[in-house]
Design a binder for this molecule. Structure first.
Ligand code: SF4
Length: 243
């Protein structure tokens, strides 16, 4: 396992760059990633978060959809100052934006909200791939500049496309991606929310088990695939953030 951090001086990226230092994402081999995944598969989510903070903080952030604050709740218990990124696509339900503020205040979060430049009207209807690319993926790219690793609340139980999600992975940028909740079931999440009084988006109680942008998210009938309300009627199943 190799971690290249050319200097260990001041913690902020700007200070490092001022001093001419450069950081590089660790070059984990496939075998090393497999070993890490084996290790964390049988441990609580907190263990993967602790490892990530120890390895990468402060060059680490947490990307949050704000559907609920389970991962945030776990992460701030390890590192209260961890940077939490929320991408404001400009298309969110108003209640989602209210939830962002509730969660920010509840935890006193180090929250970074990324906003999106104006897009062509109804691009989501004309070309949802282009819309997701501009409003989500490119904003995450921006959020990850200067980072070595990022965490997300991705879970295998959320969708068939996520069924094989590892806990530790290398993303397409070459950064380390940590999915501490990958093995959690829906019941695990609901239980944690109840046990720890974790804030969550009220839309979850209003027929929206998977919450995205307003134009691309519909209510789902009881018993239906929870993600069937996302881009309903289209082949599209993912926004691209987790590819
Ligand atoms: S989910 Fe819909 S509105 Fe949101 S970025 Fe993707 S296409 Fe655009």
């Amino acid at each position: 396992m190799r971690r290249e951090l050319a200097c260990t001086g001041p913690p902020s990226m700007s200070e490092l760059l001022d001093f001419g230092c450069h950081v590089h994402a660790p070059d984990f081999s496939d075998a090393e990633l497999a070993t890490l995944n084996d290790r964390f598969e049988t441990r609580p989510a907190q263990a993967a978060i602790e490892w990530a903070v120890e390895q990468f903080y402060p060059f680490l952030c947490l990307s949050a959809s704000m559907t609920d604050a389970v991962l945030i709740d776990l992460a701030v218990k390890v590192e209260p100052s961890i940077e939490v990124v929320f991408i404001d696509t400009g298309y969110h339900f108003p209640v989602t934006l209210e939830t962002v503020e509730v969660i920010r205040r509840h935890y006193g979060l180090n929250l970074r909200v990324l906003t999106v430049p104006p897009q062509p009207a109804e691009l989501w209807k004309a070309d949802p791939e282009k819309c997701c690319s501009a409003a989500k993926v490119q904003q995450l790219d921006r959020a990850l500049v200067g980072k070595l690793a990022w965490m997300s609340g991705l879970r295998r139980a959320e969708a068939p496309t996520r069924a094989l999600a590892p806990i530790i992975a290398r993303d397409l940028r070459g950064l380390v991606k940590i999915n501490p909740l990958a093995a959690w079931s829906d019941q695990d999440v609901a239980g944690y929310i109840a046990d720890h009084a974790v804030p969550y988006n009220p839309l979850l109680d209003d027929g929206y088990p998977s919450i995205g942008c307003r134009p691309c998210t519909e209510r789902v009938a009881d018993g239906d695939d929870p993600r069937s309300g996302r881009w309903a009627g289209l082949d599209k199943t993912e926004c691209g953030l987790h590819l």
